[in-house]
Design a protein around this ligand. Structure first.
Ligand code: MOS
Length: 734
């Protein structure tokens, strides 16, 4: 089973994407389509005292202006608004629900017109007066003293405070990470098609069509068959499309109000009113024995959340997966501010928390006069310490070794400012990355037709990660067909069940659903083949039958084979259809993680402070890699984002007004082509017989984890300056 799996197979949807044949949520047409434009609040907290839409309504082509005072009914109870990935604690935001303002940029009206330009113009004529009743706050650092402890991520082990206080060598510091916003290329968009009978077809930009469908049904009190949600292509999401976003509620609301098809597309600026990676202050304390082994780890995260929901992710605790220490303590605190609720952004929790941990480890290595890799190897943990479990697989040692070799780490001069290239200081830094290897229930349907074609379908999204391709690869291999004979249908709520695509769980989960359905098809085919007159497969048990090269064959003896087409024709079957939910054996005997070692080279202009990341080597151990081409792209994308986290990205809020100042991609800096030089991705071979039958762990998030710290550590090595406030912009070096 490996004609395609494990190879650099090109994307099966690549042609559709580059030719424009692939359609995105905001591109679907409908008869008489109307366009909505959102009006957003310009204060962070208060009430709408007066909202006057009369002037907007006079504009030719404007049909309606929906507001909290003028709209179809919406569900009341919090429960109705809790989607599959909503925070457990709190009351989800409801657009146009009442007169209260919870964050700057909150939608307060939807202008609906015959065309988008008219709606946009009319939106400028909606006049709003506010009542600001209470003081607002948007500054995490100013609110730090008011932080509340929301959850104890892991049980403390030993007495970390005492061990830290008594440590021979100790490092303690705050690492401050700013708010960041997802900036996918595709804007948030929903096209709601009204069929005339009250049924809706919703094209939505989302990471989970069934999540959106259930959510809309509950918010609008509809039956499952009344709303169908599709999201065939997604132009990047990175976590921002995990929860249903407000534009899909507004587009649906308008379609129901006007009994017409409606599209709502947000502007780039309006997208900054949605979720974000929360700003955090990560306090890390490490205590070591003189010989350089850890004896205390303390990690306390203080993160932003909104006033209406407690959003918390696992920032701390990753040291339990990486470094042996007899004493540890972790805590997560939240500061409730007048901002929208944060949401998941690639490697939520780990990207921030491991950044701080890995910078702290570098500082400890300096204090101990140890090479940073040597320190990590001295502390290397073969077990998940918190649960005291072995790993299904953990080739992190090999990641350090392979990464160091490819990077040329052995020729590093450990003294800061000792390496130069002309007028630039050269810095080499490294860090560890870690993420979870999760798997979720996913069902897949395969329809095999007698002409040797198979259609594989599932409600899962492909958010650009390559799901279409890996599903096709696994189906082709398990059915013994060329990949051209496989068609894949995804992201339609009427297809077999799938959760949101996120958490790096979809590759392993969908691959195993395909495997299960293909095995059921093989069973049927084996039965058909055996029933044929003078069958060469007579007496061959189902377990010894394989599907290969379009035939049903005896394993290990391809001469004993019957073509799939012949067997189906003989059995008078035009099609075989099987649907299967994946199955993973319940097993709490092992910890499951992916790992990486990241090496970075920076060059810093000594006079100007300009930082360039000239080389990154990322050595990743993530079990079996289903597709080395799309997999490499995943890791490269994560590395690029890591460069952004280290040096560029920062949502700037003017705390006097509680308003984001750089809500656009001109002033919210992300890496551009000129910022990207050499990126070398190494997949370290990792055989894993424990995790699942294919040995697959998933790759979505691991690519970013560790990258910001490797760069920060390289900047220290180049300049001798330790910057603990991200992003590391040149002003901080001067
Ligand atoms: Mo990812 S943050 O789980 O889409």
């Amino acid at each position: 089973m490996n004609a395609y799996v494990g190879t650099p197979t090109s994307r099966v949807d690549g042609r559709a994407k580059v030719t424009g044949a692939a359609k995105y949520a905001g591109e679907f047409a409908a008869d008489g389509l109307l366009h909505g434009f959102v009006v957003v609040a310009t204060i962070p907290r208060g009430r709408i005292a007066r909202l006057d839409a009369s002037e907007a309504l006079k504009v030719k082509g404007v049909l309606d202006v929906l507001t909290h005072a003028h709209r179809p009914p919406l569900a009341d109870k919090d429960e109705a608004w809790k989607d599959e990935v909503a925070p457990e604690e709190g009351s989800p935001f409801r657009p146009l629900y009442d007169d209260s303002i919870k964050f700057n940029g909150q939608p307060i009206a939807l202008v609906v017109a015959e065309d988008w330009e008219t709606a946009k113009f009319a939106a400028t004529l909606v006049h709003v007066e506010y009542r600001e009743e209470q003081a607002f706050a948007t500054d995490l650092e100013a609110g730090r003293s008011k932080a509340i402890e929301v959850k104890q991520p892991l049980k403390p082990r030993g007495d970390a405070a005492k061990a830290l206080a008594g440590a021979a060598v100790r490092h303690e510091a705050d690492y401050v990470l700013p708010t960041e916003h997802h900036n996918p290329m595709e804007l948030y968009a929903s096209t709601v098609v009204w069929d005339g009978n009250g049924r809706l077809t919703v094209y939505d930009k989302t990471q989970g069509v069934q999540n959106v469908q259930k959510f809309l049904c509950s918010v609008f009190d509809k039956k499952v068959n009344d709303i169908r949600v599709l999201s065939p292509y997604v132009g990047g999401a990175f976590g921002s499309g995990l929860r249903p976003q407000y534009q899909v509620v507004l587009a649906t609301l308008a379609a129901l109000a006007l009994k017409r098809s409606v599209r709502v597309v947000l502007t780039r600026q309006q997208m900054y009113g949605l979720g974000h990676r929360p700003a955090t202050i990560e306090r890390v304390g490490l205590g070591a024995k003189p010989e350089g082994t850890l004896n205390a780890v303390v990690h306390e995260a203080t993160a932003v959340t909104s006033r209406y929901e407690d959003f918390a992710r696992n920032d701390t605790g990753w040291a339990e997966q990486l470094y042996k220490s007899a004493n540890s303590r972790y805590s997560h605190k939240l500061v409730r501010l007048d901002v929208s609720t944060p949401c998941d952004m690639r490697a939520p929790g780990a990207a921030s928390g491991v950044c701080a941990l890995e910078c702290a480890m570098d500082e400890l290595a300096v204090a101990l006069k140890l090479d940073p890799i040597e320190l990590r190897l001295k502390c290397y943990s073969d077990r998940d310490q918190s649960e005291d479990l072995p790993y299904t697989s953990k080739q992190l040692r090999e990641c350090y070794a392979r990464g160091a070799e490819a990077f040329g780490w052995s020729s590093r001069n450990p003294t800061p400012r000792a390496m130069r290239d002309g007028k630039e200081l050269v810095g080499w830094g490294m860090a560890t990355g870690v993420w979870e290897a999760l798997q979720m229930p996913v069902a897949v349907r395969i329809v095999l037709t007698a002409n040797g074609h198979a259609e594989v379908s599932c409600a899962a999204s492909d958010i650009g990660t390559g799901t279409y391709t890996i599903v096709a690869q696994v189906a082709a291999d398990t059915l013994g067909l060329p990949i051209e004979n496989i068609s894949v249908k995804l992201a339609d709520s009427t297809l077999p069940q799938a959760p949101v695509e996120g958490g790096s769980w979809m590759a392993a989960s969908s691959a195993h659903a395909v495997l299960g359905a293909a095995e059921d098809i093989r069973q049927d085919l084996a039965r058909l083949a055996r029933a044929m007159p003078s069958s060469p497969l007579a007496g061959v048990g189902a377990a010894d039958v394989i599907l290969v090269d379009g035939t049903i064959a005896k394993n290990g003896d391809k001469t004993r084979a019957i073509s799939i087409a012949d067997a189906m024709r003989h059995g008078k079957l035009e099609r075989i259809e099987k649907q299967k939910l994946n199955h993973f054996a319940e097993d709490k005997s092992h910890a499951r993680n992916t790992h990486s070692a990241v090496f970075a080279e920076v060059k810093v202009d000594e006079q100007l402070g300009v930082i360039r990341v000239t080389r990154i080597v990322s050595a990743v151990a993530a079990g079996r890699i289903l597709n080395t081409k799309t997999g490499r792209s995943q890791i490269m994308g994560g590395v690029v984002w890591g460069i952004g986290m280290a040096l560029h990205e920062e949502t700037m809020i003017d705390h006097r007004f509680g308003r984001i100042m750089n809500a656009n991609i001109a002033e919210y800096h992300i890496p551009v082509n000129a910022d990207i030089r050499d990126i070398d991705v190494i997949f370290v071979e990792e055989r894993d017989d424990h995790i699942n039958r294919l040995g697959v762990k998933g790759l979505g998030e691991i690519g970013i984890v560790g990258v910001p710290a490797a760069i920060a550590n390289a900047v220290y090595h180049a300049t001798g300056k330790r910057i603990r406030r991200f992003p590391i912009t040149l002003d901080k070096l001067l």
